[in-house]
Design a protein around this ligand. Structure first.
Ligand code: F0G
Length: 457
């Protein structure tokens, strides 16, 4: 088979900024070893997130010029609505300014004290919005999903037995929704199978619990289903996406991922009563029902991006490019999550830096080393992000110490990715000199965004 090439050519370019290792050492120290405090201008390859960082196509930019900024009834809204409907099949579509705004609306309406939301794995903002309403979120990931280095085709699946048991234990009346995240971002970008989605739907139907999808990376999931699940190899990505959504009562979406947009999101659903409540809250917090916190031009970019993402050549290239980097790292002995996910490579920092105890944040130490060595910015998904303290102030570590390198869509070429692999492998060869970190300042909530750290000499 020939090389799978980038399915686009480049019309506009943006310079990236080169710094020396000496400069980066200084920048890191001034940023207190926190990548969120580094100016993007000082980053060479930015893999902090795949969210809102996509390159838009010439068609999307053309759509931007057609954006109609009418407060109510903009033609841009109707194009957006039609595009979302063609993918989800949902009759009721509500635009929001990003994914978490859709979450805020739906969980404010359905959440509250004494309620439980069940998921494969909730993303941070989803969990935060559930908890902010007073409700609780429960993750029921399948067994395969708990082991980073053991490959399995659908490690994002929900544990069906645990789902049934949890419903019986808590009572269906206290569960306003089951929500499945495709692909499972916090669980390594791993996909969910159609079979699993069907099982979850059937259980939800039996107990009359609404079933929603966190659809941020639905197209990547659809392509994994095409590649890995029996009976789907001859279906189009659109047919697979249509089938996925056909099982759901609704979805939340961040258009900053699988819609190639730099901002935006939506809620889609079938229940009119619920949609009326959502729209009422939307008007208070986001904007009128035909723009929901977005400009008409943003709606156009999303409408076009949602169609473009279904392209077979794009999805083949996308999934292959993540696999390409993952395989290079595996060949060099770097411990990574397996198999490759849909949007990011996850390095197992605990194994990468066995000499650094979890109390010294090996993930953050690795993030710092990758930046210092090669100007590559990733993010820690470990005890800095999820760690808590016990009554004595001792760290309760996260289950895994990961470093996520999320690949922006259509932004970097294969040589950029080769460079990233070289940086990681060189750091791996000299890993013994990397030192642990200590927190010197932190906030009680979401501390990883603003924490200040120092090197432990
Ligand atoms: N759900 C999932 C699975 C996500 O990955 C994100 C965002 C959201 C919801 C919220 O969407 O950012 O538009 O408000 N993930 C980004 C990331 C921030 O870096 O993984 P949003």
């Amino acid at each position: 088979m020939k090389t799978i090439i980038e399915p686009f050519k480049i019309k506009t370019v943006e310079a990236i900024y080169f710094t020396t290792k000496e400069e980066r050492k200084d920048i890191l120290e001034k940023a207190y070893y926190n990548p969120f405090s580094i100016h993007a201008k000082d980053v060479l390859i930015d893999l902090l997130t795949d969210s809102g960082t996509s390159a838009m196509s010439s068609n999307q930019w053309a759509g931007i010029m057609q954006g109609d900024e009418s407060y109510a009834g903009s033609p841009s809204f109707f194009r957006f609505e039609e595009s979302v409907r063609s993918i989800t099949g949902m009759p009721l579509i509500i635009p929001t300014h990003q994914g978490r705004a859709a979450e805020k609306i739906i969980f404010t309406i359905l959440g509250g004290k004494g309620k439980y939301f069940l998921s494969n794995t909730l993303f941070d903002t989803t969990r935060a919005n559930i908890e902010f309403s007073g409700a609780e979120g429960i993750d029921l990931i399948c067994d395969e999903g708990k082991h980073p280095s053991i490959p399995a085709p659908f490690k994002g699946n929900m544990d069906i037995v645990a789902l049934q048991q949890t419903i019986t234990k808590i009572g269906a009346e206290n569960i306003p929704m089951v929500i499945i995240t495709i692909t499972n971002n916090s669980g390594g970008g791993q996909p969910v199978s159609m079979q699993n989605i069907k099982y979850v739907r059937n259980i939800c139907a039996e107990y009359q619990i609404p079933f929603f999808i966190d659809a941020c990376r639905f197209a990547e999931t659809a392509y994994f289903i095409k590649l890995r699940e029996e009976g789907y190899s001859n279906k189009t990505n659109l047919e697979i996406a249509n089938e996925i959504f056909s099982y759901a009562d609704g979805c939340t979406m961040s258009a900053k991922k699988d819609a190639f947009a730099n901002i935006g999101g939506f809620l889609a659903m079938r229940d009119l009563e619920l949609a009326i409540q959502c729209r009422n809250l939307l008007i208070v917090t986001e904007g009128f029902t035909t723009y929901g916190g977005l400009a008409g031009r943003d709606l156009e970019a999303i409408a076009i991006g949602l169609q473009e993402i279904m392209d077979e050549h794009y999805l083949q290239y996308r999934i292959r490019s993540i696999e390409y980097l993952t395989n290079k790292l595996i060949e060099a002995g770097v411990p990574v999550m397996q198999p490759a996910g849909g949007h990011a490579v996850y390095i197992d920092a605990k194994e990468f830096l066995p000499h650094i105890p979890v109390e010294q944040y090996p993930g953050q130490a690795l993030v710092s080393a990758l930046y210092e060595h090669g100007g590559v910015r990733g993010v820690e998904i470990g005890s800095l992000m999820f760690g808590k303290y016990d009554a004595e102030g001792k760290l309760i570590p996260a289950q895994l110490e990961l470093v996520r390198l999320a690949i922006p869509r259509r932004v970097y070429t294969q040589s950029h990715i080769d460079y990233v692999a070289e940086v990681i492998i060189e750091v791996f060869e000299k890993k013994d000199v990397i030192k642990g970190l200590a927190i010197i300042e932190e906030t009680p909530l979401l501390r990883h965004f603003t924490a200040k750290l120092k090197i432990i000499e």
